[in-house]
Design a protein around this ligand. Structure first.
Ligand SMILES: [Zn+2]
Length: 51
């Protein structure tokens, strides 16, 4: 397994809400299990990986 644990900040581009989650990075893709913002936005997010 090559997955790396990362801390990720997800900001909703619709309402501006921020979520800090733990996720896994696997081959350049980050998987956090995050599905939906509280405003029902499901696809318009800015995802930022934290050190
Ligand atoms: Zn939102």
């Amino acid at each position: 397994m090559t997955a790396t644990r990362v801390k990720v900040t997800i900001r909703c581009n619709s309402c501006g809400e921020k979520f800090v989650l733990r996720g896994r990075r696997d081959r350049g893709r980050i998987d956090t299990g995050f599905k939906m913002c509280i405003c029902s936005n499901v696809e318009d997010f800015a995802i930022e990986e934290m050190a």
